[in-house]
Structures are given as C-alpha cells and as structure tokens.
Design a protein. Structure first.
Lengths: 110, 116
C-alpha cells in the first residue's frame, strides 16, 4: 500500500536557525498537503501543493513539491518559538488513498 | 464560524466498557473522517464518510470498532468492548465537497481516551 515517510523524526534547533522537513512517498501523488499540530492541539491545515515542481511561500515557510510528485519539503527560515510543533505531510495518490506521514517534531530553543 | 465539535474532550473508563465518541462536522462539509493518534502509530485514518455514507473503513482496527453517520451533522465512533490498547487521542475532521484529499481537512480538538 501507499506509504508516506518523513525525515527527520525529531529536530531541535536554536531560535533563529533554519529548519527543513522532508516528505517522501512510495507512489506518485496527485497532491500533497501540510499540517501543523501544536503540542496538545489538533492538526491545522497549512497548504496544498498540486503541480509538479510547485513552490509556495507563507511568510517564513517555503513549501516545495518535487518534479516527480513523490516528495515534498517544508523549510522554515529563522525559526521562532511559535514554530514549535509537529509538521505532517499528507498525500493522495491516484488510487484515491490519502495518507498522513508520521510527522516531524520541531523543538525551538530560545 | 463553529469548527468541528467533538465530545467528550476526555474519557476515562475501565476496560470492557462501551465508549461512544461524538462529532459534529462543519456545516456544509460533505466528508467526515475519524482518526486515531498515538505515539507509536502516529495519525491513523480509521474511516471516512461522504454524504453520510461510509466510503473506506479499512483502517478500523477490528470488529470492536464501529462508526455511524445518521445525518449530515452528527457522527459517532463506538468501541465495544474497550481495551487498554485503545487508549489514544481520537480526532474527527471534516472537509468540503471535492475529491477526498483535495480539500483541507478541519480537525476537531479531539477526545483523549484512557482505558484502564
């Protein structure tokens, strides 16, 4: 079945440092979504990417969809303590299966 | 606007008891999803409905779990009998019309379930 993996599993950074999480799928995806879950909270939708090679930005966050539509990345520039949480990618393949990745937990040290 | 509403927020019960989790999706959303989240297994999709009809229940762990959606504004997830390994946070999410996975999912605050 479809598998979506994310690396790293955990990341600790100093406030102000950059952070990147990578999402890899075993199958080609029709689209990919990114969610953020704060500690004790629920996943919150951040963005969706649909096109091959697509890049979208939200302030300090940059999202990228790979050319082959099998991988994606989320990059945060100059992390802040408000960026703390777990970042999930979620992908849908052309067989209409929708799967969440295991997430990357980000800690930001002040 | 009201988001997805789940109840109860917390549930502690003894093994063998029946547990019922409730969800009210966002009005007008056609899709409703039930997820289970644990440290070991992450966020797992249990079942989802489209227009109140169950579409994919392949994630339901076993026959002890059942879900219903009697109308567009209400869904339940029932565990009977409950076991300690069912302890987890259960999320309900809804999304608007469109292909599943092509619309943002809006999650409720979750139910933190502890089975003793």
């Amino acid at each position: 079945g479809q598998q979506v993996m994310q690396i790293p599993q955990y990341q600790h950074v100093q406030e102000g440092e950059d952070f990147t999480t990578y999402c890899n799928s075993s199958t080609t995806l029709s689209n990919i979504q990114w969610y953020k879950q704060r500690p004790g909270g629920h996943p919150v939708f951040l963005i969706q990417l649909v096109k091959s090679g697509e890049v979208k930005k939200q302030k300090r966050l940059t999202f990228q969809f790979g050319e082959a539509k099998k991988n994606s990345s989320l990059h945060i520039t100059a992390t802040q303590t408000t960026d703390v949480g777990t970042y999930f990618c979620a992908g849908r393949n052309y067989g209409q299966n929708f799967v969440f990745g295991p997430g990357t937990r980000l800690s930001v040290l002040p | 606007d009201a988001g997805v509403i789940q109840s109860p927020r917390h549930e502690v019960t003894e093994m063998g008891q029946e547990v019922t989790l409730r969800c009210k999706p966002i009005s007008g959303h056609d899709y409703l999803f039930w997820y289970r989240q644990t440290m070991m297994r992450g966020l797992e999709l249990l079942i989802y409905f489209n227009n109140n009809v169950p579409i994919d229940d392949s994630g339901m762990p076993e026959d002890r779990f059942s879900a219903k959606m009697p109308n567009a504004s209400f869904s339940t997830l029932k565990i009977q009998p409950s076991e300690p390994r069912d302890s987890a946070v259960y999320f309900c999410a809804s999304s608007p019309t469109g292909q599943v996975g092509h619309q943002p999912q809006h999650f409720g605050d979750g139910t933190r379930l502890s089975i003793l």
